[in-house]
Design a protein around this ligand. Structure first.
Ligand SMILES: *[C@@H]1O[C@H](CO)[C@@H](O)[C@H](O)[C@H]1NC(C)=O
Ligand SMILES: *[C@@H]1O[C@H](CO)[C@@H](O)[C@H](O)[C@H]1NC(C)=O
Ligand SMILES: *[C@@H]1O[C@H](CO)[C@@H](O)[C@H](O)[C@H]1NC(C)=O
Length: 191
């Protein structure tokens, strides 16, 4: 075989392999990590206590109905209404109590026969070391039960790798305008 042709072939092959290696290195999709490298050492358990202020009426509501179904008005459970909230979370039960966080997200009527809400929301906290950290709640809120349990499915900041549950109990309900105050006890494991 012609020597120059062979040389050209080898050069091409080497360039091809080099290009592949370089490319492969700069775009690595996954790797194994040791738990220590993410400060993944000791699991903590925290208990949070606060009041959820669902303000529907008045001059400064924080909960708004954004959608409903064709049967919402005639359904005994208001099936299909969707409410978007940015509700204050307060230290004490009074509206004027210190705000320690906000509940941001959606609750919607998801049960045709009993009042059962789908809750899909993030609780973002403002207090001290919790400032900016969030907990994500996704669960069923059975309003007919005095005590409801909602799963905590994740979190961010100090609540990375969070899982746990929230116990919710209605503290006050204004039958005139629908304003509600709910007491929350949250138990959460995190790192
Ligand atoms: C349901 O009632 C509300 C007012 O209470 C009204 O604005 C809305 O149009 C009604 N929806 C239907 C589908 O009848
Ligand atoms: C929480 O963080 C925000 C911005 O990151 C800051 O403006 C605010 O003062 C902090 N609040 C507290 C109570 O530390
Ligand atoms: C309930 O709502 C009505 C109408 O907005 C208001 O006048 C009343 O003061 C509220 N009751 C309480 C106990 O907050």
């Amino acid at each position: 075989m012609d020597q120059t042709l062979l040389k050209q072939k080898y050069t091409f092959l080497i360039l091809f392999i080099l290009g592949f290696l370089l490319h492969g290195e700069s775009y690595k999709f996954s790797r194994k990590l040791s738990p220590q490298s993410l400060d993944f050492k000791k699991q903590k358990l925290s208990h949070l206590h606060f009041y959820f202020q669902d303000i529907v009426g008045g001059d400064h509501p924080t909960a708004f109905r954004v959608a409903q179904s064709s049967i919402t008005n005639t359904s005994s459970t208001g099936f299909g209404f969707v409410v978007m909230i940015d509700d204050p979370l307060t230290l004490g039960p009074e509206r004027t109590s210190k705000i320690v966080g906000r509940a941001q997200g959606i609750y919607a009527s998801a049960d045709l026969n009993q009042v059962g809400l789908l809750m899909a929301m993030n609780y973002v906290f403002l207090e001290g070391k919790y400032n900016g950290s969030t907990l994500s709640i996704l669960g069923r809120n059975s309003l007919s039960s005095p005590m409801r349990e909602l799963p905590i499915v994740g979190g961010s900041g100090v609540f990375r790798f969070a899982r746990g549950y929230a116990l919710a109990k209605t503290y006050f309900f204004n039958t005139t305008n629908g304003d509600t105050v709910v007491e929350y006890n949250v138990y959460v494991q995190h790192y």
